[in-house]
Write a protein that binds this ligand. Structure first.
Ligand SMILES: [Zn+2]
Ligand SMILES: [Zn+2]
Length: 638
């Protein structure tokens, strides 16, 4: 604890120093996303060339700089995708923690270095016009460039890096790179302006050197920078990708290439492993971490990852929101989902992926977080919302859910919570299908809707006397109606089925039955200002509500708000406890740190250690019990 306070204090000191240190911040930092306008002059020149000559010539250096920048960003994106694909890499992750929102925000502008290097390259081309006349390819250049890289850039980087770890330079600059707790490919570029200027020198020596010696070529330029970025991302990807046998078969490799574990040790033990890509220099100057190759062997030979304690079994909503995955755009998945224009080009590809998933894919690990030392995972059934409404698809979906439950049971998961449509009444009776079929399950199957009901009910005004309820005979509608009737609140239940209404009414205590009233038209609620909506509503139906009505909702997706003179509630949700760790993705449209109430319901079931399944109809007696338990465990209403 004391050490933590020290860390916090030194962070503060570092942050104060940040303001003092020259060349710490990026000159275009205040432009935020408008910084991309800085590419404008180059783009304009390329467009102008097309306009004047009708084509872009091969010697147009502006075009090459732009294309290389794009490709370099793409290399980072591919590595980010790989690093976030937990279903591919979970056994070989080096740091088992998750990347948190703070780190994602800090690394948001990881691509600043591309703008800097674009400026540097443009400046060089303008200063040395001969640079624009490089041949496509010259074999001799590769050898020359490699020699300059290995002989000058590597040792230069090594000593610059050691210098940056001297106490004053570290506190002024290099702490920023080391402030990222869990390495990610973007962390590779998360450094100060000054450090990236130094890096320009490191990459400039082999490339410009080769050109000035006379062996430069266009392919060499592309190749060097792309390989450089590839190796930087590799070092920071937080997944050990090399089999240890490779280093045992070719021991020389241990001096030529740093595997991801090697650089991760530099981040955990800062006095060691300073090299750029070649551990040779750590060996030479005796800074190689003695644990480097044991850790590499240990992690690369892992066959199992830690089993989670709790699983939230989600599904994909639609093609657009499928692109809200961390392995597509990490930054985008760290903010609540909403359809953005930049997603549209990805729609056809995602649609194709959806078809492939339908044919082949199994339930996969999507995201995770830790709470009080326990591991909580979200698994995704590879099915989209619309598929749940195709009669011929339901059997396949239930098979997916059943397989997930049986897997969870086998690996020792305590609670599996079914999300959204995975517990659809018509699909599997709110989960009863599985608990009936497998009576000896050790894992508890939970729909979590008891807490959903509790959240909706606790959102109602304390002194409410009358509510209007649609979707009134659904699982949630029934529980809400019965709970309110017991509290002597009059419930206008919209349903055409007198039989279903009567069945629910009979469940209420005799003296409370009179509070449940069947209505068949929206007009019946034209004087009631508290509407609880469990069914999609047209604008015309919304206009039946009196001015000033508040629409509470449990309909998925939520209704489109048409009334300016009314207010609309959001879907039932709760904020996770403050001590949650490793959280860096938003659950669909939820804010950061907020989860759907049914997710929270499963969590409470786990934290309480309850031994019953929570499937089928909601137990009205449990609503207050679950609500109080949720608050006790630190979950918060919004
Ligand atoms: Zn360092
Ligand atoms: Zn690093």
């Amino acid at each position: 604890m004391e050490q933590e306070t020290d860390n916090m204090r030194s962070n503060k000191i570092c942050k104060n120093r940040r303001e003092e240190a020259a060349l710490f911040a990026w000159p275009w930092g205040n432009l935020h996303s408008f910084k991309y306008l800085l590419y404008g002059p180059l783009v304009a020149r390329v467009l102008y060339a097309v306009y004047i000559d009708g084509e872009v010539k091969n010697d147009d250096w502006c075009l090459h700089i732009l294309m290389l920048s794009g490709l370099r960003a793409f290399v980072h994106q591919l590595w980010s995708t790989f690093s976030c694909m937990l279903f591919v890499n979970r056994t070989r992750r080096i740091n088992q923690q998750g990347v948190e929102f703070d780190q994602i925000d800090a690394e948001w502008h990881w691509d600043n270095f591309l703008i800097l290097q674009t400026f540097a390259a443009s400046f060089l081309y303008l200063s040395f016009p001969s640079l624009a006349n490089l041949p496509i390819w010259d074999m001799r250049g590769v050898i020359c460039c490699l020699m300059l890289h290995m002989g000058i850039s590597e040792p230069l980087y090594y000593w610059l890096h050691r210098l940056l770890h001297s106490s004053s330079l570290f506190q002024q600059y290099h702490w920023l790179h080391h402030s990222s707790k869990v390495l990610h490919p973007y962390t590779a570029e998360h450094a100060t302006f000054l450090e990236h200027i130094l890096l320009c020198v490191v990459v400039g020596i082999p490339t410009l050197g080769t050109v000035f010696i006379g062996y430069g070529s266009i392919i060499l330029m592309y190749g060097y920078f792309l390989v450089f970025d590839f190796l930087q991302c590799l070092g920071h990807c937080n997944v050990e990708v090399f089999p240890h046998r490779l280093f045992e078969a070719i021991p020389l490799l241990k001096y030529l290439i740093r595997p991801p574990t090697y650089h991760s040790l530099h981040h955990s033990d800062m006095g060691t492993n300073f090299c750029l890509f070649m551990p040779l220099y750590d060996k030479l100057w005796k800074t190689m971490n003695t644990n480097s190759w044991d850790l590499q062997r240990e992690i690369s030979s892992r066959t199992n990852s830690r089993a989670p304690d709790f699983v939230f079994l989600a599904h994909i909503v639609d093609v657009m929101s499928a692109m809200h995955s961390p392995f597509i755009y990490r930054s985008f998945s760290s903010i609540p989902f909403s359809a953005k224009p930049f997603l549209f080009p990805g729609w056809p590809i995602t649609y194709m992926v959806m078809l492939v998933m339908w044919a082949k894919s199994k339930t996969f690990l999507f995201s995770f977080y830790y709470l009080r030392g326990r591991l909580f995972q979200t698994w995704a059934v590879p099915r989209f919302g619309f598929q749940y409404f195709l009669p011929f698809a339901t059997e396949g979906i239930n098979k997916q859910i059943e397989d997930a439950i049986l897997t969870a049971d086998k690996i020792g998961v305590k609670v599996i919570s079914l999300a959204a449509l995975n517990k659809n009444e018509g699909l599997n009776g709110g989960g009863t299908l599985f608990t009936n079929k497998h009576p000896n399950l050790k894992v508890r199957v939970v729909h979590g809707n008891t807490l959903t009901a509790a959240v909706i009910l606790n959102d109602l005004p304390q002194d409410v006397e009358e509510v209007f309820l649609t979707g009134a005979t659904s699982k949630l509608g029934r529980a809400i109606a019965l709970y309110l009737a017991r509290r002597k609140v009059k419930v206008l239940m919209l349903t055409l089925s007198t039989e279903r209404f009567a069945k629910i009414q009979k469940e209420a205590p005799v003296d409370c039955q009179k509070y449940l009233v069947q209505v068949t038209k929206y007009q019946a609620a034209q004087h009631c200002k508290t509407w609880i909506i469990g069914k999609w509503m047209t604008p015309r139906e919304q206009y039946c509500a009196p001015s000033g009505t508040h629409f509470h909702q449990f309909v998925v997706p939520p209704v489109i708000p048409f009334r300016r003179d009314c207010t609309y509630g959001k879907l039932a949700a709760m904020r996770l406890p403050d001590d949650v760790e490793g959280l860096g993705t938003c659950e669909y449209t939820m804010e950061r740190g907020v989860v759907h109430a049914c997710h929270a319901g499963g969590l409470v079931h786990f934290l309480e250690g309850w031994k019953h399944h929570e499937v089928g109809a909601i137990n009205v007696d449990q609503i207050d019990v679950v609500w109080e338990a949720a608050l006790r465990h630190g979950l918060k209403p919004l």
